[in-house]
Design a protein around this ligand. Structure first.
Ligand code: NAP
Length: 475
């Protein structure tokens, strides 16, 4: 029950512990060590001391270690998924899906480790470049501080640990306080691999204490953060010249053109809006539907939503369970109430039943209401009527965020226009904004962040490009 954190290949106790509650059953499932600043500094020192050893590993060795992690996750698939369900209330079928993606993420990291190359520079293309031979090499940064959120406790950790190891860096990981068990389980698995001790460390505890120690340390060369904009922006402000990658929130939008096959897209919209209780950074939050099919869409979408199975995250049939904590559910409820007081209509949901926030569809929502303009991070979706695709594009762009957006249309010109005009990091044509596979470049514009994840792209963020120029003798 009482957990330890993982520093320099050893399990360490702490002076203080906090009870960890399961969000659905409300039972205490573990006691989590609360790291002090000194504990974090020890972890940073371990990672710092190991950085040269780590940098000397060959690409073959780094890939082999990542492949070992992949195999250990395959062997522990059910166990790892059950931990996610217990600590975050993610329904088990989605937790298993997350582990399958995590396995793929480490696999991609192993493959990318072998493809880490620089490039030749055509030096003699410049007037003064004759007889020079130039190329770049990608060198590891050293210690990377990784800070992760609760909503994908294995796969979003993998998006930091995988590329960090692939590039030859060492890591100090700070998981979200609600989901430390997945990170500690990963440490148990990594302990069984050939990764040098000290190259991977996990410290648990308060975001501020651990986060500040990582951000303020001169030994940490990069912070890779996934989480809310408010925390991410705070980190950037304190980080000085450290590299910072921020994967932040969004209020992702979708346009539905008049000519689409609703039977085909409704199941996707249900998944996009409600999987993991809407606690997904690219969750479908705003749908803009053409006038001609609006009523039919609302009817079919709400009838499919009402069929979702509500219950315990550990039941195989469950689609929707509790949100991460009661305070978040109350916050979401107050946002729905604000919307209703300002003219929005509830199509379905809008209540908390047996401790679960019911999947909620709202229509007629003004753009300045919180459920529209802020990140709702709950099983709530707004569906508004539009009379042109241009209106939908403008509505999606009217946002402080810009992570991903989607459009369903059969008109090639409309699709092309949307791909050019939507102000987001990724446009999904004929798909929901929630679509993601783990090797694709992924990251937002505006307040959705800076830097890209996706293995090849994250590895690039986690290396320093060094130029080498040889001055050759004239022949
Ligand atoms: P959060 O509250 O921002 O927490 C994220 C991490 O930051 C946690 O480990 C947290 O620790 C830590 N933290 C808190 N205060 C800190 C501080 N002052 N300095 C440094 N670290 C600190 O986010 P969350 O509620 O876990 O996750 C939801 C958010 O993540 C949403 O906004 C969502 O959109 C975003 N997200 C983005 C992506 C993406 O790829 N763009 C993916 C998933 C989620 P504690 O838990 O101990 O507070």
């Amino acid at each position: 029950m009482r957990k330890q954190f993982y520093v320099n290949g050893e399990w360490k106790s702490a002076a203080n512990y906090a009870d960890l509650y399961s969000p659905y059953s409300k039972e205490v499932i573990a006691q989590i060590p609360q790291a002090t600043r000194e504990d974090v500094e020890q972890a940073i020192d371990a990672a710092y001391k190991t950085r040269k050893q780590m940098a000397k590993l060959t690409a073959y060795e780094r890939a082999a270690i990542l492949e070992q992690i992949t195999q250990l996750l395959i062997a522990n698939r059910e166990k790892a998924a059950k931990i996610i369900s217990l600590e975050s209330a993610k329904p088990i079928k989605f937790a298993l899906g997350e582990i399958d993606r995590t396995i793929e993420t480490y696999k991609f990291a192993a493959e990318e480790a072998k493809r880490l190359t620089g490039e030749m520079i055509p030096m003699d293309a410049a007037k003064n470049g004759a007889n020079r031979f130039g190329y770049t090499i990608e060198q590891p940064l050293g210690v990377i501080g990784a800070i992760t959120p609760f909503n994908f406790p294995q796969n979003l950790v993998a998006h930091k640990v995988g590329p960090a190891i692939a590039a030859g860096n060492t890591v100090v990981l700070k998981p979200a306080s609600q989901t430390p068990l997945s990170a500690l389980f990963l440490a148990e698995l990594i302990d069984q691999t050939a990764l040098p001790k000290g190259a991977f460390n996990v410290v648990t505890g308060s975001g501020k204490t651990v986060g500040d120690a990582l951000v303020e340390s001169d030994k940490v060369k990069m912070i890779t953060f996934t989480g809310s904009p408010v925390v991410g922006i705070g980190i950037r402000e304190k980080a000085g010249l450290k590299k910072v990658a921020l994967e932040l929130g969004s209020n992702s939008g979708l346009i539905i053109d008049k000519d689409v096959d609703l039977a085909e897209i409704i199941p996707k919209c249900v998944t996009g809006a409600f999987s993991n209780q809407g606690q997904v950074c690219i969750s479908l939050q705003r749908a803009y539907v053409m006038d001609e099919i609006f009523d039919e869409f609302i009817e079919k979408f709400s009838s499919a939503t009402k069929k979702l199975v509500i219950g315990s995250p550990l039941e195989e049939t469950t689609d929707i369970s509790a949100m991460i904590n009661p305070a978040e559910q109350d916050r979401a409820l107050s946002w729905v109430q604000e919307a209703v007081q300002n003219g929005a209509e509830i199509v379905t949901g809008g209540t908390i039943q047996n401790g679960v926030f019911m999947p909620t569809i709202l229509t007629n929502v003004a753009p300045d209401l919180k459920v529209s303009c802020q990140e709702v991070f709950a099983p709530i979706v707004i569906v508004n009527r539009i009379s042109s695709v241009d209106e939908g594009i403008a509505a999606i762009n009217n946002s402080n965020y810009g992570l991903q957006a989607g459009i369903f249309t059969n008109n090639i010109h409309t699709a092309f226009k949307a791909s050019k005009q939507l102000e987001v990091g990724g446009v999904m044509i004929n798909d929901i904004p929630t679509y993601r596979v783990d090797q694709m470049p992924y990251g937002g514009v505006k307040e959705s962040g800076i830097g890209k994840e996706g293995l090849k792209y994250a590895i690039h963020e986690m290396t320093e490009t060094k130029l080498v120029v040889w001055n050759q003798k004239e022949e």
